[in-house]
Design a protein around this ligand. Sequence first.
Ligand code: PMT
Length: 405
Amino acid sequence: MRIVLGVSGGIAAYKAVEVCRRLVDAGHEVTAVLTDAARRFVGEATFSALATHPVPEGLWQRWEGGIAHTRLGQRADLVVVAPATADLLARYAAGMADDLLSATLLATRAPVVVCPAMHTEMWEHPAVAENLATLCRRGVHVVPPGSGRLAGGDEGVGRMAEPATIVAAALALSARHGDLGGTQVVVSAGGTREAIDPVRVITNRSSGKQGHAIAEAAAARGARVTLVTSSALEPPAGVEVVHVESAADMHAAIAAAAPSADVVVMAAAVADWRPKAPAAQKTHGLPELVLEPTPDILADLASARRPGQVLVGFAAETEDVVARARRKLERKGVDLVVVNDVSAPGAGFDHDTNEVTILGADGYVAAVPLTSKRQVADAILDQVVARLRRGTTGSNDSKRDTKEG
Ligand code: PMT
């Protein structure tokens, strides 16, 4: 694989030397591209000695019969930026191309991994967070920094991830690149809102972050994605979005999209009940609510599934988490259930992180420890891809039970 290793100007540039060596040892063709600031930390000669190719001088150089500022990016199978400084992230997010590294980042269609490294105050600055969020929305993969010693004797969050972690994450990302190419994926997200009257609704705590992360990851892996969402979050780039409000809207949107889908992931928190007779006008006084069950979208999907279609359900639980999810897996007749204990710190509703167990109808069980919702999304999609490749998805013999959601 042809890898461009971008190095920007931070003290962690010395660790990029080890990243370079590990990528070369793993059998890859590596070209290191250094910013001017990076050259102040580590000499060009070090990278030229370790990488497969000498370090290119800059924007104006000829490179492999072409011009370096586009050719390097066009030919790359993977771009890793380690360290990625606050300045580099800002220039990348803004689409600037005034040096060889930023031009390479704009010119590439290969997966890109950035490994931020900076002082804690900079890492926590909203400008850095917003630039990273922009890059993530565009499909850039982030290996987050850890905590420890920083330049100038300071300590805190912002220390670049270790070289072994960076190399493992970069190679895993590259293996995933395009593995959902040619597939149609439908993802649901957010909590539905069930009208009591024109003013009030019954809803739940779902923000839509987990479902949006799955849609984003599926699109980054080459799928055509339809995102059926009730969330006000900005949807990921490159996906078709259907906005819905109630369980009935979501049922209709999913029913329309599912027949042509290879994969359906129900990450939405669909209300289990709704007011039986919502009032046409604003209610005054204390209403007496009579509830009725909503349609079970997932169970309907399972009973109408076409051969080879992979169905993924979620389970939001607070006790007997795995046992309840296992029962849900059997009852709903899906291939995978992703269970989150929504009472655990940092997991479930509205967090940027999640901690899940993935259960397969084939007996597969894997725990995904607390990590970003995007990483959880990729762990789920890894299992989806495995089932698409094996062609071993369930049949439409699901047992429907409306007693439990
Ligand atoms: O949106 P976030 O803030 O990021 O939070 C993420 C999440 C906690 C919402 C998500 O990780 C999650 O757990 N989603 C499922 C929540 C849920 O409704 O769980 P459930 O156990 O009640 O439902 C089980 C499954 O049946 C789900 O796939 C659900 O989409 C589906 N369902 C439920 C009811 C219904 N009428 N039709 C359905 O298809």
